[in-house]
Design a protein around this ligand. Sequence first.
Ligand code: DX5
Ligand code: ZN
Length: 230
Amino acid sequence: MTRTHRIAPSILSADFARLGEEVRAVEAAGADLIHFDVMDNHYVPNLTVGPLVCQAVRPHVKIPIDVHLMVSPVDPVVDDFARAGADLISFHPEATQHVDRTLQLIRDRGCRAGLVFNPATPLDWLDHVMDRLDMILLMSVNPGFGGQQFIPSALPKLRAVRERIDAHVAAGGQPIWLEIDGGVKVDNIADIARAGADTFVAGSAVFGARDPDGGYRGIFERLRAALDAA
Ligand code: DX5
Ligand code: ZN
């Protein structure tokens, strides 16, 4: 089956001192989204960036900013990211008190809403919220750091979510993107696509492969070629 494939470079592996230039370069190379990893040193053992940096990045690119919140609590930062120009906001269900309320809050602020599943988080959280989701994000590493190895159990989990999404859409439901995050490389992206993902976060694979001219066209060509072969 042909499906649209979106590539979302994660800024986590970018050169933070030259972030504007980095996001412009990946957009020029064909990025579909900017994946923006927010970590709070509480929900995950790392500390990254907040809404001020999102706001600073926003004018540098036209493509959507895909904010991945690895923070707890979630609700207090939703407004700030919406105002900072986030297009999608995803959060981990166990990091908020009221999942349904948080999804609604994100959509009320004009953003698309996503739910994120760690490798060991059960899919039951999807049971009552499919109609309120724009994206499901499966983690294929434990959240907190870039450059980790892809956890193979993410593949059967992707297939299970793909079935749920297809059944939901076949029954008249809204489209839902299926994003994968962690350890995505040129040599495994085709298998991941075949398992059902349509949106691929790639941090170290992209930002670790800068072309001699400072751009990223080479790695995008290799990722797209692998996806085309899937
Ligand atoms: C991990 C982050 C990922 C990470 C992906 O907690 O959510 O987005 O940056 O990095 P790579 O592609 O290097 O695994
Ligand atoms: Zn992420």
